[in-house]
Design a protein around this ligand. Structure first.
Ligand code: GRF
Length: 202
């Protein structure tokens, strides 16, 4: 299963995916594309011998032009799956439709709670007793597509923002490789009713 990963930053989720690749995992990361040249994840990809490419959104007149270029570069790798791993650009409906059913994202909250940015601070401010992260299929609704897997844990009473953030990250590094592997194995897919695992609705 050919996979293209899109990043904008550190790429710790990319690293977790790289670390999960082995003979028994049918996923193969063919390329990592970043919209920022300084994204550390590009170095992680290079260290793993994976093709990298920078497509700087600032070089394009608008979102449509950027997304069109992005699609062209992604499609050159003929991926069965496109993985958003800390890719900090909102994608156009045309892009999302083009990859319908083969576009996954990881979001640092228990969706549908806390869509958008700043999720850990918002979870603390809301006094949430539980927090976590979600892998979901991307649809035209921002952070609103069907969830494939979530990791949830209890927020500790005295827990600060840094501790909570790093616990979510650690959980992300467990569930994202799992979801990608399920997809690559043909076990996870998107159908009209939502996300399905082994033929059962999630
Ligand atoms: C993660 O927290 C992810 O949930 C969010 O962006 C962050 C990316 O982190 N979408 P990294 O670049 O994978 O370290």
């Amino acid at each position: 299963c050919n996979v293209v990963v899109l990043i904008s930053g550190s790429g710790s989720n990319l690293q977790a995916l790289i670390d999960s690749l082995n003979e028994s995992n049918p996923a193969r990361i063919r390329a990592v594309i970043s919209n920022r040249a300084e994204a550390f994840g590009l170095q992680r990809a290079q260290a793993a011998g994976i093709d990298t490419r920078v497509i700087d959104h600032k070089q394009f007149a608008d979102r449509d032009a950027f997304d069109a270029a992005l699609m062209e570069h992604i499609d050159a790798y003929a991926p069965q799956l496109v993985v958003l791993a800390g890719f900090m650009r909102i994608l156009t409906p045309a892009f999302v439709r083009h990859y319908q059913g083969r576009l996954l994202n990881i979001h640092p909250s228990l969706l549908p709670r806390h869509k958008g940015l700043d999720t850990h601070r918002r979870a603390l401010e809301a006094g949430d007793s539980e927090h976590g992260c979600s892998v979901h299929f991307v649809t035209e609704e921002l952070d609103g597509g069907p969830v494939a897997i979530q990791a949830a844990f209890t927020v500790r009473p005295e827990e600060g923002l840094d501790a909570l953030t790093s616990r979510v990250h650690a959980a992300e590094h467990v569930i994202y490789p799992l979801a990608v592997r399920w997809f690559a194995e043909g076990r996870l897919r998107l159908c009209e009713q939502g996300a399905m695992l082994d033929g059962a609705k999630l």
